[in-house]
Design a protein around this ligand. Structure first.
Ligand SMILES: [Zn+2]
Length: 249
């Protein structure tokens, strides 16, 4: 687990790693993704273990059916309505979720794509965002911030583990498109730096640069701690970003 420093308010957040679960083989061990072939019972056990370790309510936790888009869902008191450890289904085809309800944990999953958590100063609204290159280009980051409905200048953000520019060469057209949208410094040689792209998108949406933290780790380089699609192909697990408003349940 990688802790996120959310300050003195009620917000709690973390990024999971692949350590500490029950899945085996390509999914060893803390795989929380249910769509790439791992046994559902193992995924349930891993999701329960994550909730137990971090202290959030698995019955109301919410995953998403992520589709590399920019749609955002606002979740009420029921959150994921028992799907997190029940059916294992996501709440719908969304790549970001927000909530103002204490006790509703939001999860965004990735195996190279950046996952981002956002919260405001008072801690009364939070968001989890899946932001791979398609989602970044589709505008999922400003969409999530708009849905939070507060002054972006009061927001804080943490960008989780993702594939680094060391392991993310892309074609010319994507490099050019990313540079046009987010500035020349997102391009590193023949690669794109997705973490910088997320940072630039957060800044462009009004989040102060000093309030954006980025986990300095490459999912593809660090096989011990992280799942990686680039490294291991389609049959691999997922790590997650988790955020919720603590205190009153
Ligand atoms: Zn790398």
């Amino acid at each position: 687990m990688i802790a996120v420093d959310t300050g003195p308010g009620p917000v709690e957040a973390a990024f999971s790693t692949r350590l500490g679960g029950t899945s085996t083989g390509a999914f060893a061990s803390l795989n929380v993704g249910a769509t790439t072939g791992d046994h559902p019972d193992a995924v349930r056990a891993n999701r329960e273990a994550l909730a137990g370790a971090l202290g959030f309510d698995a019955a109301r936790a919410a995953c998403l059916t992520q589709v590399h888009g920019a749609d955002v869902v606002a979740l009420g008191a029921g959150g994921g309505e028992g799907t997190y450890c029940g059916s294992l289904e996501g709440v719908g085809e969304f790549d970001a979720a927000i909530t103002r309800e204490p006790g509703v944990a939001l999860l965004a999953m990735g195996a190279d794509c950046p996952v981002i958590v956002l919260w405001n100063g008072p801690g009364d609204v939070v968001a989890a965002v899946h932001a791979g290159w398609r989602g970044i280009m589709a505008g999922v980051i400003p969409s999530a911030i708009e849905a939070m409905g507060c002054d972006p200048g009061a927001l804080q953000a943490a960008v989780g583990p993702h594939v680094g520019p060391c392991c993310y060469p892309v074609d010319d057209s994507l490099r050019d498109a990313m540079a046009r949208a987010h500035g020349a410094d997102v391009v590193r040689g023949d690669a794109v730096d997705l973490g910088i792209a997320c940072r630039r998108a957060l800044e462009a949406a009004g989040v102060p640069a000093a309030r954006i933290a980025t986990v300095d780790a490459c999912t593809s380089c660090d096989a011990e701690r992280f799942f990686s699609y680039r490294r291991d192909g389609a049959a691999t697990g997922r790590q997650a970003a988790v955020i919720w408003i603590g205190g009153a349940a």
